[in-house]
Write a protein that binds this ligand. Sequence first.
Ligand code: NAP
Length: 309
Amino acid sequence: MIPVNSVLQVGQFPDIMQMEIDKRLSATKMPDPKSKPPEGSFTAIITRSNTQIPQGLLEQLPSVGLVATCGVGYDNLPLDYLKASGIKASNTPGVLNDAVCELAIGMLFSLVRRIPEAHAFVQNKAWSKGLFTVTSTLAGKRVGIAGMGRIGQDLAKRLEPFKVKIAYTGPSPKALTYDYYPDLKSLANASDVLILACPATPETDKMVNAEVLDALGSSGYLLNIARGSVVDEGALLVALQQKKIAGAALDVFENEPNPNPGFLILDNVLLTPHIGSATTETRQLMTNLAIDNLEAFYNQQPLLTEVIN
Ligand code: NAP
């Protein structure tokens, strides 16, 4: 049982998520995390992974014992402060794999087969004047996955029927049949498609740099469904402009919702507005898992999906 008026809802929530919240609890809304918190004695926060929770906000809410975020990524939480203050945090892993993997596969084919341009080609009646460019087949390609966690492994399974050879990198090898590369550059060198599915951490910050892009090479594609911070966007822009790689599909950016304008004018990129988990079904599941964590907290039960800090 979640006590009335005990939960502060921080950040903007799409209608589909708000409906789920309103069904199960009465939360006080604080759309702007940088504003002054409303009056009340809040003991938990519900938020979204795209919302940055400032340490200063938590300092003004000394009774808060849990921050429940909707999303896997918790890079927008002040982890050091949470840990030092004994505040718990939870996220919503697993329930969004389907939506993120489906988007990743859609983006991959859209990029390699140039589906958005093909659509525009027909729509603009360019077809009557000539043939659309010949593209590339995914089958037979080597796909490298950086971040073989829940999403990475789910994506690998879904890619296998497309007749690709899968390899991966990460902090350590896993009990998987795919080839393991100890570092990103060697994985890029052995890949035609490099997919990013790792978290945003100090270790992954800008780990896709000019050297990695050179290793991927002029026929290589990059797909980023992880976080914008994982890619050195300056280096990626140069690589795309100079055709050092064949193309990139990006769902996430360093500066959301205003990505570097350099990307907007290139014809070898496919851009989506951070919509990996943005389906009705998945957003409902994410919101309910966040609320399940709140319930566990108030019932003094172990959290279902606690963030290990
Ligand atoms: P996960 O299960 O925690 O998997 C993350 C994987 O990344 C783990 O296997 C981890 O290795 C690995 N990793 C950690 N550091 C790495 C490094 N330096 N290089 C390569 N791999 C590294 O998380 P998930 O559920 O798969 O989600 C992954 C990320 O996707 C999230 O953190 C989030 O940022 C992003 N995401 C994006 C969207 C979107 O809308 N585009 C939606 C959901 C999630 P270990 O197993 O050894 O720890």
